[in-house]
Ligand binder design. Structure first.
Ligand SMILES: NC(=O)c1ccc[n+]([C@@H]2O[C@H](COP(=O)([O-])OP(=O)(O)OC[C@H]3O[C@@H](n4cnc5c(N)ncnc54)[C@H](OP(=O)(O)O)[C@@H]3O)[C@@H](O)[C@H]2O)c1
Length: 339
């Protein structure tokens, strides 16, 4: 193949907030296919907060990115050529691939996706990892029950917006936070949240959560950390559950510089509150269950899905950096090519 492959490399590891200097573009010919391999034309690429952790040289549940090698993330693409019996030219696939226009893969970890179920990019969001995360955290870890009081932070984002809608569909009272008035209006007017507030403009997070959740919280879904997390802790009801999904407010601060906290953990003792962290792919059965349930709810018009779409591979680092500042509104993806 004579096409040029553009790739996004990790040029250096950030000390704190990443900048565009941590990324580099490179161009090279598309590699030749070996036996058992397929060539994928990458069409949609996912940018996600967990990728910030992979920029650090630390041992974690997923290995760090390698300096001077392409980053890797969720991709939807089309098979252009195949020397693998499991895939045919024209198949649409989803899975973890490198940040590049064309990937050569042995197919391991790639799943075929049916373009008839929903728009292809949905497999990176509501039908993919973020949607599964919402379901695993709320239903599996949070053990949510009909009629309970649910609170979720970063509620207009890829995970949070699904958490809130699942809870609404299950008949819960749902409250969320977001970083702009426009996002807050989206939560209450389009997603069906009972209440929401802009955490950037409230007097105190504790008072704001008390006002929005006057009867307390049964299930708290934590995406952010910091003051909002403390406010949720103080407002937990007896026998409540806290699903620790993410702490994006802490991802760009070196550990030694993080403020102490959260305060008020003693409250959880007297109220018998259970708190549990989780990683979505450690719950494969719930992930499968979500895809079936979500496809049904999408068909019935019971889920609203919003994306921020950046255009072109060159825009991927900028889109990723934007996540850390709340510049995305809904699931952030990058469109690399026309379908
Ligand atoms: N445990 C798992 O398996 C798993 C899987 C996927 C994601 N996660 C976690 O889930 C969380 C949400 O991920 P997502 O993909 O849905 O991202 P997202 O919510 O679509 O995007 C990130 C959002 O976080 C908010 N944010 C960024 N910096 C912040 C800060 N310093 N303080 C408060 N809010 C901040 C911004 O929204 P505002 O404008 O509202 O501030 C931003 O839009 C992340 O913490 C992520 O690491 C965990």
């Amino acid at each position: 193949m004579t096409e040029t492959n553009t790739r996004v490399l990790l040029k250096s590891r950030p000390e704190a907030l990443p900048t565009s200097d941590n990324f580099e573009l490179d161009r090279r010919p598309v590699a030749e296919l070996g036996d058992g391999e397929i060539l994928v034309r990458n069409v949609y690429l996912s940018v996600d907060p967990y990728m910030r952790g992979r920029m650090n040289e630390v041992k974690s549940y997923i290995p760090p990115f390698v300096v001077n090698e392409p980053l890797e993330g969720g991709v939807v693409g089309q098979v252009m050529a195949s020397r693998n019996d499991g895939f045919s030219e024209g198949d649409w696939v989803s899975g973890m691939l490198r940040w590049e226009n064309y990937s050569v893969s042995d197919g391991v970890g790639l799943t075929k996706v049916d373009p008839g179920i929903a728009p292809l990019s949905y497999h990176l969001g509501i039908l993919g990892m973020p949607g599964m995360t919402a379901y695993v955290g709320l239903v599996g870890v949070g053990e949510v029950q009909e009629g309970e009081h649910v609170f979720v932070t970063a509620a207009s984002g890829a995970v949070g917006s699904v958490v809130g809608q699942i809870a609404c569909n299950l008949g819960c009272r749902v409250v969320g936070t977001a970083g702009s008035d426009e996002k807050v209006a989206f939560l209450t007017q389009e997603l069906g949240f009972d209440a929401a507030f802009n955490y950037k403009t409230v007097d105190s997070p504790i008072a704001a959560v008390r006002r929005a959740c006057p009867e307390g919280i049964d299930v708290h879904f934590e995406n952010v950390g910091g003051g909002l997390f403390e406010a949720a802790i103080l407002n937990m009801r007896p026998n409540g559950r806290i699903a620790l999904c993410g702490m994006i407010a802490d991802y760009n601060t070196p550990f030694e510089e993080l403020p102490p906290g959260p305060r008020g953990l003693f409250v959880l003792i007297g109220r018998s509150v259970k708190m549990q962290g989780f990683i979505v792919f450690q719950h494969p059965e719930l992930c499968k269950e979500w895809v079936v349930r979500a496809a049904g709810w999408l068909r019935e018009g019971k889920l609203v899905y919003r994306e921020s779409v950046a255009e072109g591979l060159e825009a991927a680092p900028r889109a990723f950096l934007g996540l850390m500042k709340g510049e995305n509104f809904g699931k952030q993806i990058v469109k690399l090519a026309d379908e």
